[in-house]
Structures are given as C-alpha cells and as structure tokens.
Design a protein around this ligand. Structure first.
Ligand code: GDG
Length: 531
C-alpha cells in the first residue's frame, strides 16, 4: 500500500487520469432491499468527463457526502471512485466554514460578509492535504490530475511537491474576485501559491483569469503576460518537475529559471443535446402543458430556478415583480412567476436567514396580490428531477436569471438548450459568466430595479420574430460550445500548456533580466492605479 505520510517518498499509483473534486459524482442511496448503494448524481461534470474517464481508465477522488464514511474504493458505472473520508468536524470547519462561509462570499464580491476564522483555515489546509495525498498515491507515473473548484485550491501545490512528475490542471467554477476584494483574505498568498502548483488554471471568464494574474503580480511579483505566468523555479519539486519536461535545466547570467503556468478562461457548458432530447419527448411536452394549466393558464409564465443562495439575486427579482404588480403594470390574472428555490447549505446561518427573507417577501406579495384563482408567485422549495426542470423550461415564456455574481450559471444555458421551438425570452444578469456568451439575451443589471422591471416588460411585449431571432443565436452558441468541447479544450491546453504563445512545448524557460525589470514597472503602475 502506498503511504499517506507526506514525508515519505510517494509511490506511483495505477491511474493515468485522475479527477479530484470535493464531492464524488454519486449519491448514497438505500435500495429496495434496504441495502446501501450509490446512484450517479446528475451533473454536467460527470457527463463531460465520463468519456475521458472510460478511455483513460481514470479515477475520481472525492467525498461521498456522508460524515465519517470510510468506504473502500469502488467502481460505479465504469468509473473508479476513490472516497476521501470527512469527519463531522471537517465538514463544519473545512466545508461549511472555510469553503462556504469564507471563500464563497469573498469570491462572490462580498455580497454577504465573509467570516475569517483561523481554525477554519487550519482545517482547510489539513483536508486539502488529505485530498492531495490521495491523488499522489492514486496517479500513475507521468499521469494527469484535474482538480476542481474552490474547496481544493491548495491541492495543486501540495500534489506537485509530492509528485513532480504529474501534469496538474485546476478549474475554478466560481468567479475570482478583483484584487481590492481578494486582498481581504488573511491567507491570500498561500491560496495563490497553492493554485500556481498547477500547469493550467481554468476560469469561467476572461475577467476572472485577469483578476487572478493581477493578484499573482501584486502578491508575489511574478511576471504575468497575457495568459502565461512565469513562476520562478525554486523548490526542489519545481526543478524535478521541470527536468521531467525538458532534458536539461540551468541558470545563466542572473536570468531566472521559470516554470510557465497558463491562467485563462474556459467557459463551462452543458450537455446541450441531452436537454434538447428531453425537451422533444412528448411526455415532457405534455407535462409542460399540464404545468401551465395548473397555473390557471396565464398569458405569461415567468420562471426562476436557483439553488437558494444569496448570489442568485432572487430577492431583487421578487422586488421587481412585486413592484410591477403594485404599479398595476401587470395583472395577477395575466402573469405568474414560478420560483424554484432548491434547498442548499441549510446548516449555514446566512442561508437560513436568506430563506426567511425570501419566504417573507413571497408571502407578502402573494398576500397582497393573489386571488382565489390566481397565485402571483408559485414558490417551490424543492429539488426536482431533471425531466421536471425541462418541462418547466418549456412552460416558461420568460426565464429570469438575475444573479448578483455567478461563475457561469448553467440554468441560463439549460433554458436555451431546451427551447428547440426557438421561442422564449432569457433575461440575463451581466454579472453571470453566461452573459459573455449569450449576447442576445435581454441583459440586465439586477441592482437596477427599474431597469429590471423594464426588461421584464420588454420580454412580455417582445414579438415572436424577435424572440426567435435572439433564441436562435443563443442556441447556436450553446450547441457548439457544449460541455464536451469545454473538457476537451481544457485537456488540450493541459497537454500543451504554452502553445498559445508559441513557446517551446516544455513549460520551462529562462526569464531574462529585462523581462523581470519590465514586470517590476507593470507592478508599480498597478499599485499606483489602485491607490
Ligand atoms: C456552480 C457555480 C457554475 C438546480 N435546482 C435543481 C437542479 N438544479 C441544477 C440546475 C443546474 C445546476 O443545478 C445549478 O448550476 P448553476 O450553474 O446554475 O449554479 P451553481 O449550483 O451555483 O454552480 C456556477 C457551475 O458551478 C458550473 O461550473 O455555472 O456559476 O456557482 O444544472 O439545473 N437540478 C435538478 N433539480 C433541481 O431542483 N434536477
């Protein structure tokens, strides 16, 4: 058995391709005989990576979702799953604490105040090391590891230290904030150093990658030009990593030996064909009609689908809708809002408070404007099967995505992929990553309640021809850039990290003194600009 003691020499494992994420892509269930078993959790990531996993005979490392679950490695649907156990204390401090109550609000522009606790950070380090150790022992000599998301930002560096022979990728599913916000984090330097252990760091938007590169320049003084960051080779593991990639390394005349890291945007997507396939199913279309009938057949159905999270702008959407009813610009007989708010992070206090606020607002609007036969807001605090989600997308004339900050927002893309009839209007926040791609959506600033109300009215009044023109353009984009394209472009960049700058294929080169001086000037200018 390979040792998990971080001081001992690691042994290579058997898998050439390994994905590491906080959660495994399965849920524990109890079957009809009362036996515990696993079910694949529906999600874009597993769909995207399944073919790669099968081809490479890959493995997935993550937590099963239950506390103190010391499950042995197992195979499910042809994928090797390697569980990492988390105790109650790990869940409280690393997951609910540092991940969901420090990093999540900080990375979403401090919409809610982040809490900084040293105890949470210390547990984040311990748990990240556990994931890194697991990856180090599972991956074959010269293999590839792809680490997912903000819960595991220290894993790339920890893994490189143990296994310099590996190629390491990281993808951040949430935004990366501007330096003025990021710099609040007491452990800001350790986090970026952790990420720089990767060869390629993927972000949702170009702006996120830019924010990251700026943080690297400001905090570490490394040169970052375009999408390439030069990381000075200092640690033994870096030299070993570099040697693994080219035949010889050396230093000359004060120039620095650097390892190049690529930080750039790889906007995530969905399995668009699968959504269209579901939407074309007669039973799902019948269900969409049934939903409209059940709502009393209003002229217009508006829809919101979100995890109940303060980043999603549910309150702003409700405010705008309530004011339209109050102004009598819309009538409750004509327009209904369906709001699915799926339960999320229910043990975190901020989420409990948010739920109270949202439900108070819904109750007030319904109390003021609903009639016996028409409910203003149909509010659903449930999770639904994917088939029901697609039926809701088909039933909705207008989809409201009003996030205050969102890495991408897959719901926007799912709505578009489902509308094979080229109908429906997407109202989309400019603060969601999806707005970089879905340019013909009705784009809104959700903080501007008047602007939001106008967009909602514009959507209700839009002609069929315009709806169709806008939807066709968005569908083309989502069909072309689906989740398979996302994973293959990331993995291609990982195979040739410096290609886009026409640098040598190895990710190691000499940084000249003049480049270093140029870098210092850039840094000085940035400091001036932000003061
Ligand atoms: C993070 C980033 C980024 C929701 N309720 C139900 C349900 N869902 C599904 C949706 C969609 C997914 O959950 C939510 O994805 P989003 O992208 O909208 O948002 P986050 O959960 O915050 O995801 C985000 C994403 O990671 C990927 O990188 O886009 O910015 O925050 O697929 O359909 N699915 C079902 N029932 C529900 O009740 N079946």
């Amino acid at each position: 058995m390979p040792s998990s003691d971080s001081s001992s020499a690691p042994l290579a494992g058997e898998f050439d391709f390994v994905v590491v994420s906080n959660r495994l892509p399965v849920d524990r269930i109890t079957d009809e005989n009362g036996e515990p078993s696993f079910r694949t959790s529906p999600g874009g990531l597993v769909t995207a990576l399944e073919p790669v996993m099968r081809e490479a005979d890959g493995a997935w490392i993550g937590w099963t979702g239950s506390a103190d679950d010391h499950a042995e490695p197992f195979e499910h649907d042809g994928i090797h799953l390697l569980p990492v156990a988390l105790s109650d204390t790990d869940i409280e401090l690393y997951y609910e604490g540092f991940s969901n109550d420090t990093l999540w609000p900080l990375y979403h522009d401090v919409i809610a105040p982040p809490a900084y606790h040293r105890e949470w950070w210390e547990r984040y380090v311990i748990v990240n090391q556990r994931f890194a150790d697991r990856a180090a022992e599972a991956t074959a000599e010269g293999g590839t590891v792809w680490v997912q998301d903000y819960q595991l930002q220290l894993v790339p560096k920890m893994l490189r230290e143990k296994r310099p022979d590996l190629t390491i990728g990281f993808f951040n599913h949430i935004p990366f904030p501007a330096y003025g916000i990021y710099s609040q984090l007491p452990w800001r330097t350790q986090i970026i150093q952790g990420l720089l252990g990767a060869d390629v760091i993927g972000f949702q938007r170009t702006a996120d990658a830019g924010n990251f590169s700026r943080a690297v320049r400001r905090l570490l003084g490394y040169q970052a030009k375009g999408t390439v960051i030069d990381v000075p080779v200092e640690a033994e593991s870096d030299v070993a990593s570099a040697k693994h990639r080219i035949s010889s390394v050396g230093r000359a005349g004060g120039d620095k030996l650097v390892r190049t890291v690529v930080a750039k945007a790889f906007p995530i997507s969905i399995d668009a064909a699968r959504y269209e396939e579901l939407a074309r199913r007669p039973d799902i279309q019948a269900r969409a009609k049934e939903i409209r009938d059940g709502l009393g057949n209003p002229k217009v159905v508006m829809l919101g689908v979100d995890r109940l999270d303060y980043t999603k702008g549910i309150g702003h959407r409700l405010k705008a809708f309530g004011e339209l009813l109050a102004d009598k610009t819309i009538e409750v007989e004509d327009v209904t809002l369906v709001q699915v708010a799926s339960p999320s992070r229910e043990r975190v206090q901020t989420y409990q408070t948010l739920r109270d606020e949202i439900e108070l607002t819904v109750g007030r609007i319904n109390g003021d404007y609903s009639t016996i036969s028409h409910t203003a807001i149909s509010y659903l605090h449930h999770g639904y099967p994917r088939e029901e989600m697609v039926a809701l997308y088909l039933a909705a004339d207008i989809m409201l995505v009003t996030a205050l900050r969102d890495g991408m927002n897959l719901v926007a893309k799912e709505y578009v992929a489902s509308r094979f009839d080229n109908d429906g209007v997407l109202v989309l926040s400019e603060f969601a990553g999806a707005s970089d791609e879905l340019r013909t959506a009705l784009r809104v600033n959700p903080h501007d309640i008047e602007g939001l109300k106008e967009a909602m009215l514009q959507a209700t009044a839009m002609t069929k021809a315009e709806r169709s023109r806008r939807m066709r353009a968005m569908r083309k984009r989502v069909q072309e850039n689906d989740v398979a394209r996302w994973s293959s472009s990331f993995l291609a960049a990982l195979a040739t990290p410096s290609d886009d700058l026409a640098l040598p294929k190895a990710n190691l080169r000499m940084q000249t003194r003049s480049e270093a001086r140029q870098d210092e000037r850039t840094e000085a200018r940035e400091i001036e600009e932000t003061q």
